[in-house]
Ligand binder design. Structure first.
Ligand code: B3K
Ligand code: ZN
Length: 883
């Protein structure tokens, strides 16, 4: 397959000025008539007019009023090229597509009888022939025509300017988008939908119409999305001075969707998972995710839509920035410092769980990739989450105000344009009067940098030196790395755990000395000397996770316990606990591999045992923080720490440690369970959610004891739960125990929620990740009447949950998990290449496993690679994995 390179970018031969489209919507065959005006781009070397098209039947092609003869254009695979057109062109194109056969969920498709579109990245070309690239921006006017009874609601981008009857049982609506946009932001929706709507007054006094569209029967689940939308609008006004530029803003929920949501101009289309919520069906996590995804898509209106990407290599320009914005939004919504820290810890957890492995594997790529085969494979945790960390570093370097200045300059320079990551960096640099040329390496080098810390205290001179050394491992195509510009936030703790005032050699500061300073590491190795340090301090390095790096520092167990108890930076408090736990997990895993018996007799005496005890008994601590601090690093995160992964040993020792912690702190867990109940009516606010999280963590530890008394506790919680968070936590605890009632609970749950697709997804996911669920059980579940591979949420809930969320079973020594994986990748490839390619990523890290497993993984990868009619999506992933 063809590789596309960033260095090959050329400007388009033609600009599109206006686009008028007429749709005759029919699931069998939809006719699309497009009229567009184009004009030659004098700056381009491209003389011909290149349009893209896929899976289309071309019915008509006219240029400047005349039908084009076959000789006037060339129809290639995926392209239509018009030879030597004049400088001004009006093209009229009629195409036919088959929405009901479109299982890829790109372009125009049908979900539960309604029409939806998904055009990013390159789906518009499945609707009509078009210069489908993000730097071609045009104004759109769209007429939708459809059967009135089957499709009473007709929506597209912008404003509704006309609607009416067509007589023959059909009706029409005309939508006009006042803003120029790239084709990937086009959308239409048609069908039987209802909406919750509200008028909302912007800061400027202008009134806008907000709507959340869902299928009938889901109107009792839209309030949270609507509230989240209003909070997003307000937040972007207050934090960034950015106002909604439309009179009407719509969110539509669809059950069949490849990802979370899509920021189409004025018509955001969402996976139902990120819209529908009420206490009966949604967990605290669902509520939080909805708020963050609604925010994310809304924030794209400025970072993505008003200012868009020149080409798809620049994807992180909008995604990294918008993830950063949604993270800040969520943090601001929960308000308190401690809650902000909880959000930060959760975001870093995602980074370590998913992005660090990606950056260390065969699909590693820079935040701004240099090449791709299929762009849809690059909507990755690197482009999104690492990209957000890169944006966050500007704010760490320049402060909130400096960051805001950079944002203002970015919009001042580039509003209405399609630009590059470099333009954003330049705006930040210019607004803050700084040279950020070295900072570009964060965009072009892949791999996670390592930061090594050495310290020296001079008792006599009262100086404390911190020496930072950076390195970055080789990644595909990048053997050597240059040193990065790394902001390292540090603090120093005295013997009682208080922050020392910081006096950095050579730096004069007005006013009181700070207790956290950002050191800027730009060399491969650099020393920073602090003066007037009265005692040998304990350093707190990389506070708030100020850069996306692996920190290597030699702490003693005692120092880690000290930091966990005292660090004023909550992130590093949590981090110290994770380091302690990791140390013990790795020691135990080593013991297992040497066939030593595991012993936990002295756990209470260890630094870890004492630190955990202290956290759990500290009634002043935020429960949400406690929950994070008392959760052991995941099996995936542990696996990344070892050279040769033995998933069974890792699972065994993590389980062993959970049981030990359960037994050692039994009373404390029971107290925490009782103390964090949230009686009364349900509210998803952060404080209540934090309590539930800690209570349910306590339950899960207590259930490790596997005693009848605890089974009853879980059963009771299940029966009395007035919300999904408590119900699913109890069910999960039961399913992972030997409780007699576990199968009955599963059956009852299914019967109660049979009509709620999103809850049935949870039911599948929970079983997929259960300790006793093996490959055979997953194959059984696939035979369940409620299972289908065609719905991405359902496929993810069972298959992805098993392959990515149940490592001990997935990596069965007989290789049956890998065979199952290959079967599903191949089956999905024929249905939905994007979803298949995601699943294909599950074996990314195969080279890290013990040889016996490696061999079986390689065989499975080879089987997939050898499959006939493999999509380029899957082909790219497995080819790179095997390379
Ligand atoms: N921009 C979309 C993602 C589109 C993915 C295309 N395969 C959602 C988002 O990031 O907001
Ligand atoms: Zn996005």
């Amino acid at each position: 397959p063809l590789t596309i390179y960033r260095k090959d970018y050329t400007p388009p031969g033609f600009w599109v000025e206006t686009v008028e489209m007429g749709f005759d919507l029919d699931p069998e065959a939809t006719h699309v008539a497009t009229r567009m005006t184009l004009k030659r781009n004098p700056a381009s070397q491209n003389k011909s007019l290149l349009l893209y098209g896929e899976a289309l039947r071309l019915v008509q092609l006219r240029m400047n009023g005349k039908a084009l003869t076959k000789r006037a254009y060339t129809l290639g695979p995926g392209t239509l090229e018009i030879n030597n057109p004049p400088d001004h062109v009006t093209l009229e194109i009629e195409t036919v597509t088959h929405p009901n056969l479109n299982t890829s969920l790109m372009g125009l498709y049908v979900s539960d009888g309604n029409f939806f579109t998904q055009c990013e990245a390159e789906g518009f070309r499945k609707i009509t022939y078009f210069p489908d690239r993000p730097d071609v921006m045009a104004k759109y006017k769209v007429m939708l025509r459809a059967d009135k009874e089957k499709y009473p609601v007709l929506l597209s981008n912008g404003n509704l300017i006309e609607e009416g009857d067509l007589g023959d049982g059909r009706h029409y609506a005309v939508w006009e988008d006042p803003f120029k946009k790239p084709s990937y932001l086009f959308a239409l929706v048609a069908g039987k939908l209802v909406c919750q709507e509200e008028k909302y007054t912007l800061h400027s006094g202008r009134e806008v119409l907000l709507q959340v569209w869902v299928e009938e029967g889901n109107l009792d689940k839209t309030q949270h999305a609507m509230d989240s939308l209003k909070r997003s609008i307000r937040w972007d006004e207050e934090r960034f001075g950015l106002e909604l530029d439309l009179d009407r803003f719509m969110i539509v929920a669809v059950g069949d969707f490849n990802m979370g949501a899509m920021e189409n101009k004025g018509l955001n289309i969402f996976n139902t998972k990120y819209v529908l919520a009420n206490p009966r069906i949604a967990t605290d996590t669902d509520y939080a995710n909805i708020e963050s995804v609604v925010g994310h898509e809304y924030f794209h209106n400025w970072t993505g839509n008003r200012v868009t990407c020149r080409d798809w290599f620049q994807l992180s320009l909008k995604e990294g920035l918008t993830v950063f914005r949604d993270q800040e939004f969520s943090a601001d919504m929960i308000g308190t410092d401690s809650a902000r820290a909880v959000k930060r810890i959760e975001d870093v957890r995602v980074l370590r769980q998913a992005q660090f492995p990606e950056d260390a594997g065969p699909m590693a790529h820079p935040v701004r990739p240099d090449s791709y085969v299929e762009i849809n494979n690059f909507y990755t945790v690197t482009v999104y989450e690492k990209g957000a960390e890169v944006v966050r570093m500007y704010q760490t370097l320049f402060g909130r105000d400096g960051f805001r200045k950079g944002m203002d300059l970015y919009f001042q320079r580039h509003d209405g344009c399609a630009v590059e990551c470099d333009d954003f960096r330049r705006a930040m640099a210019d607004a803050n009067g700084r040279d950020l040329s070295q900072f570009e390496l964060w965009y072009c080098q892949s791999g996670t940098p390592h930061l090594k810390v050495d310290t020296h205290y001079d008792e006599v001179a009262k100086t404390y030196a911190i020496t930072l050394t950076q390195s970055c491992p080789a990644t595909p195509g990048q053997a050597q790395k240059q040193p990065y510009h790394i902001p390292v936030a540090v603090g120093l703790l005295d013997g009682s755990g208080r922050d020392l005032p910081l006096h950095l050699g050579g730096v004069e500061i007005d006013g009181p000395a700070p207790t956290t300073m950002v050191l800027e590491l730009t060399q491969q190795r650099q020393s920073f000397e602090f003066r007037n340090v009265p005692v040998h301090p304990v350093p707190s390095i990389l506070r708030g996770f100020s850069a996306p790096v692996v920190l290597e520092i030699d702490y003693s167990d005692a120092e880690l316990a000290f930091l966990m108890a005292h660090d004023s930076d909550p992130f590093n408090r949590w981090e110290a606990g994770q380091r302690l736990a990791m140390r013990r997990l790795l020691a135990l895993a080593d013991a297992v591999q040497k066939d030593h018996a595991l012993s936990d007799s002295e756990l209470q005496e260890t630094a870890l045992g004492k630190a955990y005890h202290k956290i759990l008994s500290d009634r002043m601590l935020d429960p949400a923080f406690c929950e994070l601090a008392l959760t052991l690093p995941s099996e995936t995160v542990v696996a990344e720490q070892v050279d040769v992964v033995d998933p069974h040993a890792i699972h065994a020792v993590r389980q062993f440690m959970r049981r030990s912690l359960a037994a050692a702190m039994r009373v404390e867990w029971e107290v925490a369970y009782q103390a964090n109940r949230t009686p009364g009516s349900y509210s998803p606010d952060a404080a209540a959610a934090g309590k539930r999280a800690l209570k349910n963590l306590a339950l899960s530890y207590l259930m490790e004891l596997d005693e009848p008394q605890m089974h009853l506790l879980a059963q009771g919680q299940y029966d009395q739960a007035n919300n999904m968070t408590d119900r699913i936590a109890a069910l999960s605890a039961l399913v992972n125990s030997s409780a007699a009632g576990r199968d009955e609970a599963l059956a009852r749950f299914y019967a109660e929620f049979e009509q709620e697709a999103l809850v049935i997804d949870k039911w599948f996911a929970l079983q997929a990740m259960a300790r006793t669920t093996d490959v055979a059980k997953v194959r059984d579940l696939m035979a369940h009447t409620a299972f289908t591979l065609k719905n991405p949420n359902r496929a993810r809930s069972l298959i992805f949950s098993f392959c990515n969320g149940n490592p001990a079973q997935f990596h069965a020594v007989d290789g049956s998990g890998y065979e199952f994986w290959a079967d599903q990748v191949i089956a999905l490839n024929a249905i939905n290449p994007q979803v298949a390619a995601r699943l294909a990523r599950s074996l990314d890290r195969w080279r890290k496993y013990a040889p016996a497993l490696q061999e079986k993984m390689q065989a499975a990868l080879k089987r997939v690679a050898a499959t006939k009619s493999l999509s380029k999506d899957v082909l790219e992933v497995v080819t790179k994995s095997l390379a």
